[in-house]
Write a protein that binds this ligand. Structure first.
Ligand SMILES: Nc1nc2c(c(=O)[nH]1)N[C@H]1C(S)=C(S)[C@@H](COP(=O)(O)O)O[C@H]1N2
Ligand SMILES: [Mo]
Length: 543
């Protein structure tokens, strides 16, 4: 490089080449940087979309994951040095540092790839692998979190390859080539234009994708911050006792309380609504004497109770997992309605989510003194996860989610079933959705050793309560299972049956009886229009 004084590739329109015909390294470096920018921006855009869709609990953003992984491994002295040097800008300094490293590595990848294509591409792959490990090392990460990085890397490798192909054919790479003829010169000129166009196009696309990623991630970050800043009020009155939360100790049995990350998620939202506590407002209106409007601060100032309630989706198949139990903190909806005073002829509350989803709930289920329907703000002692309705959702014991459990709820209209209908009603599901008595075998599944085998699972008849659970083997006599102590009438109950298993293939079945002495039906029904029925049946091979 004999003319480095002429500046960098970004400021020089057409860097000179050495008179020997050896090409300059600046154009391949620039191609590497554009390809690197494409890799990062595409990965960041897809990561932001993945988070917004609610399909990631981890940190799919490679830049954030790298930064976080770096922070976690920073020795204290360096951390202190960073804070004393950059103050509260230490995070920006770190991100700038990551960007600088990426630019250098991308430039090197371009330069190397110009001579040895595969070696250069491997530099990109190596960098992506480091970022991939960072992504996987974040809490709650899953394989899905790698998807944005993998797609971004493929786009980057492809871009680098194409850019360098054009560059190699252009007169930028072959200037002063002694073998130049008029015809190769025209080709070289064309290839140069196409290379420069692709370089500019790739750069522009990377900027757009990067800005898009920032805009999308910004809303999620604002809501994450709002969630992190939320100080939950203490519950009033009795809270679930340790005995009510205690589970049976059987390996493989669903825990009494479902961890939030394992809690099923069902909604119509392609992109999870991002609603901060500041932006949340509730209106209670319609057939009421007094309309109510409240902010989130108003809601938090009201008495909050804590209740254990098992949610169930009407789409849950026999033996399915669209059911989960949690401890919810919220304000009783009956107290709100007592203030609003529904008129005599009202019989339904149509709740609406910020994203337009609606549920029609019988008014009496919400005004009942003995049914703790909540305007919930917390799940398991934490603010609601965003995909489970942050900042406010409804939780109503005894009713399927589609007619009661509106997430991101912002509007309660008191009305009548003959005047309004919830989202799923015109789509083939019943207007009313009381939860049907059900039961599920969790263990054993598949195989077990002969001798004492714990057959165990959960059974539910929310708000009526479970009276007993029975198990039968190979369609023999029904035998009683032992119920766990945990739970209430509004939750599932764990159960276990000690089975003396003999070798061979066996069929296990379970049925529950609710506290009104109604036995779970063995008649098989599909989920539509108002919930599946039938006995959960599993085959086990005993060896
Ligand atoms: N806003 C909104 N709330 C909703 C839904 C929805 O599609 N949108 N689905 C309902 C259904 S069908 C069920 S079963 C529950 C599921 O709640 P979860 O995702 O927290 O488990 O949410 C209910 N609340
Ligand atoms: Mo549902």
């Amino acid at each position: 490089m004999n003319d480095s004084s002429s500046g960098t590739a970004t400021t020089t329109a057409r860097p000179a080449t050495q008179p020997t015909g050896r090409p300059t390294i600046w154009w391949p470096a620039l191609a590497g940087i554009v390809a690197g920018a494409l890799t990062v921006s595409v990965a960041e855009l897809l990561a932001a979309l993945l988070v917004r869709s609610g399909h990631s609990q981890g940190t799919p953003s490679p830049v954030v994951a790298l930064g976080q992984a770096f922070i976690d491994r920073t020795p204290l002295w360096l951390k202190n040095l960073a804070v004393s040097t950059f103050g509260t800008h230490d995070k920006q300094a770190l991100l700038t540092g990551i960007a600088a490293v990426v630019v250098v590595v991308a430039a090197v990848a371009g330069i190397v790839a110009a001579r040895h294509r595969v070696a250069g591409l491997l530099v990109v792959v190596a960098m992506a692998a480091v970022a991939g490990f960072a992504v996987l090392s974040r809490p709650k990460s899953s394989g899905t979190d790698l998807f944005p990085l993998v797609i971004g890397t493929v786009v980057g490798l492809f871009a680098l390859s194409k850019l360098l192909d054009r560059w190699a054919r252009s007169d930028l790479a072959r200037a002063d080539d002694p073998a130049d003829t008029p015809s190769t010169r025209i080709d070289g000129d064309l290839a140069r234009r196409s290379f420069l166009r692709a370089l500019a196009g790739g750069g522009a696309f990377a900027v757009l994708a990067g800005v898009g990623a920032q805009v999308i991630a910004h809303a999620s970050r604002a809501v994450q911050a709002s969630r992190a800043a939320l100080a939950l009020p203490a519950p009033t009155g009795a809270t679930p006792t340790p005995a009510q939360l205690a589970g049976l100790d059987v390996p493989g049995l669903s825990p009494m309380v479902t961890p939030p990350e394992d809690f099923y998620r069902i909604d119509t939202a392609l992109s999870v609504p991002q609603l901060s506590t500041q932006d949340w407002h509730l209106r209670v209106h319609g057939m009421v004497e007094h309309e109510i409007r409240m902010t989130f601060a108003d809601l938090l100032a009201l008495p909050m109770i804590e209740r254990q309630t098992t949610l169930t989706c009407v789409s849950n198949e026999v033996g399915g997992d669209l059911i989960g139990n949690q401890v919810w903190l919220g304000h009783p909806i009956r107290e709100l309605l007592a203030r609003a005073q529904p008129t005599q002829d009202a019989d339904m509350v149509l709740s609406t989510s910020i994203d337009g989803f609606t549920a029609g709930t019988p008014l009496e289920a919400l005004t009942d003194d003995h049914r703790d329907a909540l305007l919930a703000v917390a799940m398991g002692g934490e603010p609601l996860p965003v995909e489970h309705g942050f900042p406010v959702r409804m939780v109503v014991p005894g009713l399927y989610g589609y007619v009661s459990a509106t997430k991101w709820v912002v509007d309660l209209e008191v009305t009548r079933f003959d005047q309004a209908e919830g989202y799923w009603t015109p789509r083939g599901w019943s207007a009313l959705g009381p939860i049907k008595t059900g039961s599920r075998i969790d263990v054993p599944r598949g195989k077990a050793k002969a001798g004492k085998v714990a057959v165990a699972g959960v059974a539910w008849a929310q708000h009526r309560g479970i009276e007993r659970v029975e198990v039968r083997v190979d369609e023999g006599a029904w035998a009683p299972a032992r119920l766990g102590d945990g739970g209430t009438a509004d939750t599932w109950k764990q159960w276990v049956y000690e089975w003396d298993a003999s070798p061979g293939k066996h069929t296990l079945q379970v049925r529950a009886t609710d506290a009104q002495d109604d036995v779970q039906t063995g008649d098989e029904a599909t989920p539509a229009p108002n919930g599946a029925t039938g006995w959960h049946t599993v085959s086990v091979t005993i060896t």
